[in-house]
Ligand binder design. Sequence first.
Ligand code: GDP
Ligand code: CA
Length: 327
Amino acid sequence: MRITALAGGIGGSRFLRGLLRAVPDAEVTVIGNTADDITLHGLHVSPDLDTVMYTLGDGVEESQGWGRRDDTNVVAAELAAYGAEPQWFTLGDRDLATHLIRTRMLAAGYPLSAVTEALCDRWRPGVQLLPMTDDRVETHVVVAESGSEAAGGDTGGERAIHFQEWWVRLHAEVPARRIVLVGIEQATPAPGVLDAIAAADVIVLPPSNPVVSIGPILAVPGVRDAVRAAAAPVVGVSPIIGGAPVRGMADAALTAIGVPTSAAAVAELFADLLDGWLVDTVDAAAVPAVESVGVRCRAVPLLMTDVDAAAAMARTALDLAEEARAR
Ligand code: GDP
Ligand code: CA
């Protein structure tokens, strides 16, 4: 069975680990979000690709869900001693090797897809990991110029900051006026992306951030149309349980695009694509609303407390895909 998944970082990776446990023989292609990518201290960092690679390659720091296991921060401390900015984003010592190799290969002219393949040679994540695009796309967040909101409301002053600055430094506490995917119009899907969508037996949307993880992947010109046109059933898993994200600040990102933080509202966002959608048992009351927009829906436990729990979710998602196919 060929499964193609669209994934962000932590939520996507943990689900994919369960999927691989549920169907070890499946041929899985992961299309990863690269709109979180950022240049730090001259290094090209791809947080979501790395989270997938480390999680599936058994190298992740489980306690935080990202970064390298047992990492240290000697270099970060030295950079801070120089006063080097930004200090709100720490790159661990072990993790730095990944960014050094990526940056060096990109500078030598290799596309990000080739770099990702080379990095995966070491980690053997058990999936084919493709960046959504080889082109540079960055999620920026438009916020009020600092002080302008406090100074008596909307003075019109605003500025765009990198998504990571909004998320990591500001904890998404400053309201986002708009979310802008810089470079998306010019981006083309990375080699293999459209083929993986067209050739899939099942397409999966794991419980990743709908706005800043799944959103950018679908926004690469051609990708959303390809998913819609694919013969395979498309099933998704809600990242929202009981009206709140399980971790992170996905509610702030949903608010920025005017979507309520609920399992049903996220399903509606993808209703043109979805054949099936899983909500948590606490959201069982949302099932009719999801089905009313033409998406098969089932309420099951969606907390990925361990790999077995994620595997059970993945099995249910695949069952739902089978039902949709048989329809
Ligand atoms: P990021 O790029 O590291 O932020 O990761 P993703 O975009 O892949 O995933 C973030 C989303 O995962 C958040 O919206 C969380 O609500 C969701 N998430 C995290 N853990 C769980 C879980 O155990 N169950 C479900 N259903 N969603 C989860
Ligand atoms: Ca991310």
